[in-house]
Design a protein around this ligand. Sequence first.
Ligand code: FBP
Length: 697
Amino acid sequence: MSDNDQVQSLLDNPKIQEVIDSVNPELVERRRHTPRRCRVFEKPCCRLVESDEYRFHIHQEAAAQLPDIIHNKVQTLMPLEGEDGQIGALHEKQRTIGIVFSGGPAPGGHNVIAGLFDAAKAANPDNRVIGFLMGPDGIIENETIELTGQIVDKYRNVGGFGMIKTGRTKIDSREKMDLSRQTCRDLGLSALVVVGGDDSNTNAAFLAQEMLKDGIQVIGVPKTIDGDIQVRDADGRALCAMSFGFHTAARGFSSEISHLCTDCASDVKYWHICKVMGRVASHLALEVALQTHANITLIGEDLADYVDGRRLANATRENRVDYTAYGMTLRHLSRVICDAIVRRAAVGKNYGVLVVPEGVLEFINEIQVFIIKLNTIIAVYNREHDTDFHSKFLILEDKLDYLHRLARLSRGEEIFTVWNTRDDDLFSDIPDFFQEGLLMERDSHGNFPFSQVETEKVLLGLVRDYLNILKDRGRYKLGIQRRYYEKILKRAGLNPDYYGPMIFRNYDGHDHLLVKESIISIKTLRTALEDAGAIGPKDPIPREVENIYKKSVPSFKTQIHFYGYDGRGSNPTWFDRTYTYNLGLTVFSLIANGATGQMAAIRNLEKHFDAWEPIGIPIAPLMHIEDRKGRLALVIERSVVDLESPAFKVVKALREKWLAAHPGDDDYRIPAALYHECQTEEDRPLTLLINELGAGA
Ligand code: FBP
């Protein structure tokens, strides 16, 4: 039989075909699974109960720009007991509902559609659900697909946004708004559902205001793995504890990172540097810390909160203000990391896991200043020249040239520019790849593309430099186990107690022996032995002593990993599957009851499933003003890690334990495996669980 025939017979083998079929039994089971419904959905219809108990700080600009939805209230879905002809008729009314995904994918998105589809079809089989393709562009360009049972069934409980795809376009101009309205009118939509993050829900509010006159309702759905849509009222009461997708992504990252913890503690030679997504907020990194107990986890919000006591005291003594005392600099941060690395090495652990949140640089003052200045420069350039900065200056050199010119201009007495010669000099000092990163094109919402900046490389560059300095100063050493040292010397007929005090700085009873700071080479080792009279100038250094010294010289070896896109594409966990399916059901009930400008949400996510309560949250009152692309814009306020939250406090309190800079085992935690249907404490984010358990403590 020829090779080709052999291959063909392999491919024709039905058993082999079954094994490699793209639809495996797990997928079949996954697609068949129907998530549990919140109690309120056990009845065919719900009514909305508006509540005055929640307060919001309303921004006057939001009131001015969104007058018809600014006074919306929190709405709770209640089961319709008995007959209510009016509400029943509203549910049964024939509707065409459009749905769009906006922004990065997040596990569970398909179940929002599935929930909406099931509820819509159950209310009236003639209801239609239209998916807009490729994100908001699909609305602007009227690119759609009518969703059928067959299409929806293929994606039930499956990750990603593959069913209708997604995109990041912002509907931010009169023209785009008019085109969107036209599409929705042409399709005869009763309602539009926007599944997105803070920016997309902001867009949803503007669309709701705009389309009110067309009688088209707009409902938002809180999506993003970043976990930065967490809604509380002005009194701090949680309305939406977490956006969907966060749990799955965090569990995926934690599982991978936990494997790296196991690997490095086995191989004992690498520091695994794990960048974890989250464009700004460090929620994902915090959850990973709780799930894995990685040795070091940076939390951006915590770094920004840092106050340098020494600088502050100096400034107070000298009666001046030192603004640099607030917030951590990149250099200082690298020192903190080095300190941890050196301490672990001293007890023989020249390995570990460092978790770096993708958006950490957002919280480093000096970088934030660059980002704001460059945002402004690019926005002003685009405005004044009516062109795009990035198309005009294609390569880094051209962009830098432009910045140099601006800096020179700032020397002129009359001219004010945000970029002066000091900025220019400081910017010139940073590596090319990082300059390029900072000059990267912003997304359509004006967000800085942190995912494309090699944050970890910037930080590692500084860490490496400083570790080398510490090595030269004899402070970065690998601790040698006393037992091992004694065994090696005795085996060669040498007296460990004779050489010990000559070589080590802590020979007096320590478990891990540290070579003296003055011994940083074979030459300095020789000097130490000669000075102590152990060898003469012509004598060789005893081989075992030399070997022990060599073993004490650490090399800082790293492996870099990025966890982000993999988490966005994961199949949703039980939590996200159930959460999103119920969000879809909630969306339909909000629409059936006439709501618009509301975000579907589930209250009490932090509690057991039986306590989950579907609600509608008014979007307009959540807005505040932010600088976007050098302009002030009305957007939903992002939620960042609360340093007063029980979850953060727990992580902070256990930092030292998890660093494990002591002899003995590390404190790594292996997260539970992801079961299809499980009921463990890991059914929901640990962050939520701890915040709930610690509330009021
Ligand atoms: P969303 O806010 O749209 O959900 O996206 C979040 C995110 O996953 C961030 O964590 C990350 O910085 C960004 O998307 C990456 O975006 P892109 O897909 O454009 O690379």
